[in-house]
Design a protein around this ligand. Structure first.
Ligand code: HEM
Length: 394
């Protein structure tokens, strides 16, 4: 389904949510999984472990041939069910507590300042994605994992191929093999020479104790590296563009009041829902959702981007309202697979938006919206590039 407006989910999804909120849709491989579009039903699916995240579950509705190939080749816990999923996830929980994440604040603040300093010196127009939105989360996740940022060209190119739904299975497999090979070498290097980073801790505390194989650690590193930068990067790119279209609300964020900024980040997460291809699951038993019987072996796509625009849950759901109350969006998913990196994503976004808007008070897109390349073909929605201009830098 194609978007008519780059800032809203497809009208067809809205129509289904109103008229037939649990309905069959035809997908790329000819199968017809159920598309679930209402907020309560999406949460019910994601909270129910009778729906499996395992690509090998009968009926599992893969996003594309490439994504299917990648998930089969490179199994990580996002594509597993409990108890295996819980066993792996638990090993990382300590790395993503609010306290541990808070300790990254100075690193995030310094990185933001450095990137903005560099951006200020560039000839205009500047591509905000290249200069700021992508390098920030990428540098932070690299530092956290212990991956050299100097290799970013290599892993960004491959993770791009892995997240493009138009990429063929063989190309996705190639990108997958390259990235896994790179991370396997890195894990081996951490075994020889550990540092103060997440991968070294996995080696010392999990591989050496026999809880984790080196291959499992590669799978985890892979998931974190890919999940950790494209998502946040696109929230910065598309989020900034959205704010520039709402100057009054941008001005409030520029003011920097922490509660206002935190609420604004939640509202942008809800409105934009950049992980927009739906949470994919397969029923392992017969389950009723929204009055419809979904049988064991049937696929389900729980459309978070539609749930987050459900007027039954959110008043004026298509409007940006940074003062919205009770914003229990599902942009980070829901249930056992709910995003592990959300404290880090929140920290980065809460620092990035006000810092950018303060540095360039008259920041504006350098091209009309029709000329901005939106990421319709990618698993993570956003903008491929965002040319911007400014007259004043503070
Ligand atoms: C704004 C940024 C982000 C968004 C919108 C986002 C969104 C999501 C969503 C929707 C899921 C659920 C997947 C499912 O139910 O199948 C998820 C899972 C996950 N995310 Fe994020 N994410 C973001 C940032 C991050 C970051 C920064 C990291 C790591 C550093 C991360 C790591 C993960 C991991 C490991 C999972 C799998 C959790 C599990 O299966 O138990 N994410 N994310």
């Amino acid at each position: 389904m194609a978007r008519e407006c780059p800032f809203d989910p497809p009208a067809e999804v809205r129509a289904l949510r109103e008229e037939s909120p649990v309905s069959r849709v035809r997908i790329w491989d000819g199968s017809s999984p159920w598309l679930v579009t209402r907020y309560d039903d999406v949460r019910a699916v994601l909270a129910d472990q009778r729906f499996s995240s395992d690509v090998d579950s009968p009926g599992y509705p893969a996003t594309s041939a490439g994504v299917k190939a990648r998930r089969k080749e490179s199994r990580s816990f996002i594509a597993m069910d409990d108890p295996d999923h819980a066993r792996y996830r638990k090993m990382l929980i300590g790395e993503f507590t609010v306290r541990r994440t808070e300790s990254l604040r100075p690193l995030v603040e310094e990185t933001v300042t450095e990137l903005l300093d560099a951006m200020e010196t560039l000839p205009q127009p500047v591509d905000l994605v290249e200069a700021f939105a992508l390098p920030l989360p990428s540098m932070v996740i690299c530092r956290m994992l212990g991956v050299p940022y100097s290799d970013h060209g290599f892993f960004q190119e491959h993770s791009k191929a892995l997240l493009d739904v138009t990429v063929r299975a063989d190309a996705a497999k190639h990108a997958n093999d390259e990235l896994r090979g790179y991370l396997a070498e890195l894990v081996a290097a951490k075994e020889r020479e550990p540092g103060d980073d997440l991968l070294s801790r996995l080696v010392e505390r999990r591989i050496h104790t026999g809880e984790l194989t080196a291959d499992d650690a590669v799978g985890m590193a892979f998931l974190l590296l890919v999940a950790g930068h494209e998502t946040t990067a696109n929230m910065i790119g598309l989020g900034t563009l959205t704010l520039l279209r709402h100057p009054d609300q941008a001005a409030e964020i520029r003011g920097g009041d922490p509660a206002t900024v935190a609420a604004a980040v939640e509202e942008l997460l809800r409105l934009l829902t950049v992980v927009h291809t739906g949470r994919r699951r397969a029923a392992t038993e017969d389950v009723e959702i929204g009055g419809v019987l979904i049988r064991a072996g049937e696929g389900v796509i729980a459309a978070g981007e539609s749930a987050n625009r459900d007027p039954g849950q959110f008043a004026n759901p298509d409007e940006l309202d940074i003062h919205r109350r009770g914003n229990h969006h599902v942009a980070f998913g829901f249930g056992v697979h709910q995003c592990l990196g959300q404290p880090l994503a929140r920290l980065e976004l809460q620092i990035a938006y006000p810092a950018l808007l303060r540095r360039f008070p008259d920041l504006r897109p350098a091209v009309p919206v029709e000329e901005i390349p939106f990421r319709d073909e990618m698993v993570v929605y956003g903008v491929h590039a965002l040319p911007v201009r400014w007259d004043t830098a503070v």
